[in-house]
Design a protein around this ligand. Structure first.
Ligand SMILES: [Zn+2]
Length: 207
């Protein structure tokens, strides 16, 4: 069995949404052997939407569910990686209709984004029509290799459609090395109470 890491490594220069410097994490060494301490201890200051992470409804819906939304039984699941690398712009219902998608599927959308080394303002996203199609199909979760599952859609309909229907949004995946097919996904968020998102170490198991 092969284990594939599909998460973004976290460091101070990690690509962040729209290259906003205020979104970069900082890692501060609080004490270290070099300063005569007997231990090394560090502090991480991290926006919860940095790198690979799960969104909860509270991210986009006022009064929506917080991190209690992340159910343990959905953190280790069968998933399907779908290849949309030829798509430019948004992935639409027409694009999705070409793939076999069933109820309760956890889908990971592989796009050209996985080949970008830096943040691309024109990243590929899930269009509103695509989100509506996946809601109708009754999928369990949607992952994408972008820091946002949508861009330039007034009112964030993709996020809202998915989250209002209890569908997980897993953002910031790295799928360059992953072929279309079926895998087991392990995507467990840190158990942070009362927040709207959480960082995830996402792994695929390939049998
Ligand atoms: Zn997010």
């Amino acid at each position: 069995m092969k284990i594939i890491d599909i998460s973004m490594p976290i460091h101070e220069q990690i690509p962040v949404y729209k290259n906003d410097p205020g979104k970069k994490p900082s890692i501060k060494i609080l004490r270290d052997f070099k300063q005569g301490a007997k231990t090394r201890e560090s502090r991480l200051d991290l926006e919860l939407h940095t790198g690979t992470h799960l969104d909860a409804p509270l991210h986009m819906i006022e009064g929506g569910m917080d991190s209690r939304f992340f159910r343990l039984e959905d953190m280790v699941v069968k998933c399907k990686v779908l290849d949309f690398t030829p798509v430019s712009g948004g992935i639409t219902d027409e694009d999705l209709k070409k793939k076999r998608i069933e109820e309760a599927d956890y889908l990971l959308l592989k796009t050209k984004n996985s080949f970008d080394q830096t943040f691309n303002m024109d990243f590929i996203y899930l269009a509103e029509s695509g989100a509506r199609y996946l809601v109708d199909k009754g999928v369990r979760g949607v992952g994408i290799d972008a820091l946002g599952i949508e861009r330039n859609q007034l009112g964030h309909p993709t996020h809202k459609l998915l989250l209002a229907n209890g569908i997980y949004i897993l953002e910031g995946l790295r799928l360059k090395e992953v072929k279309e097919g079926s895998y087991t996904l392990i995507a467990a968020p840190l158990n942070i109470i009362g927040v709207e998102a959480s960082p995830v170490r996402a792994l695929l198991l390939d049998k």
